[in-house]
Design a protein around this ligand. Structure first.
Ligand SMILES: Nc1ncnc2c1ncn2[C@@H]1O[C@H](COP(=O)(O)OP(=O)(O)OP(=O)(O)O)[C@@H](O)[C@H]1O
Length: 241
């Protein structure tokens, strides 16, 4: 296997006086989709925020593309090639799709070939180009949020719970969009609680509980092993199957 694009080794993280992550071990293979599962409060969002340099890391290391980025600023981490879609998506509802994308660019005017790449991935963005983003469906808003994060080329995409609050038909559209991203071998780390969505998309999986990764392996192994599933579902995933 080639070197993982991202490796967390013994990562601890604090928010104010609270110790939230207790020694995270996580590897994200290059060109694959990795799912981070776990019950509410397990520390999944904090793990993504920590990768982005948004929480304090008193111990441990984060390595991206062979470079240790643990103490880098968030803007430097983003420029180094990590895109982040937080749970609230961070899109502007009153601005058009085009305006949302223009505002996300940091290197001047949008690159047309990049836009064509994004339209090919997410056709609704082209269709609703001049419409307010607030009028898009929940799944289309997620597509716009991902497009904003990747409006300039990035090597790794972090997405926090994209299915949250979405109806099943919309989740299906979103899964198709992620399959398109996978087909382009974008490296993705996806936080999810929806196990069927995760099983459909994930190649690698890590499961968190109480600020630690308690299981990691292939999604195929987890999908076939009902005992293992039962153990992990016992952590609280069952309600979201
Ligand atoms: N700003 C904060 N101040 C104090 N504690 C926090 C803060 N943010 C998160 N926590 C705590 O950190 C722990 C991990 O939260 P986190 O949001 O990372 O979990 P999660 O696995 O993403 O859960 P969810 O699916 O509910 O978002 C939880 O116990 C949470 O209460």
């Amino acid at each position: 296997m080639s070197e993982p694009i991202l490796t967390l080794t013994g990562v601890h993280a604090d928010i104010d006086q609270y110790h939230i992550l207790h020694g995270i071990e996580l590897q994200v293979p290059r060109g694959e989709l990795t799912v981070l599962l776990g019950r509410n409060g397990a520390g999944k969002s904090t793990t993504l925020r920590t990768i982005m340099g948004l929480t304090k890391v008193p111990r441990g290391s984060v390595t991206f593309n062979g470079k240790e980025i643990t103490s880098w600023s968030t803007s430097r981490i983003a420029r180094a090639g990590i895109a982040f879609v937080p749970e609230n998506m961070g899109i502007f509802g009153q601005l058009t799709v085009r305006e949302n994308l223009v505002l996300a660019g940091t290197h001047g005017p949008l690159d047309q070939s990049r836009l064509d790449w994004l339209f090919d991935l997410f056709p609704p963005l082209k269709k609703f180009w001049d419409r307010p983003a607030g009028n898009l469906s929940g799944g289309q808003k997620q597509m716009l949020a991902i497009a904003r994060a990747m409006v300039e080329p990035r090597d790794l995409l972090l997405v926090d719970e994209p299915t949250k609050g979405l109806a099943p038909a919309i989740i299906d559209d979103l899964a198709t969009a992620f399959e398109e991203l996978k087909a382009r071998e974008v490296s993705i780390l996806l936080v999810e609680q929806n196990f069927s969505f995760s099983r459909r998309l994930g190649q690698t999986v890590a499961v968190m509980n109480d600020g630690q990764v308690v299981h990691s392996g292939t999604m195929a192994e987890l999908a076939q092993d009902s005992t293992l599933q039962q153990d992990l579902l016992g952590l609280g995933l069952g309600a979201h199957q």
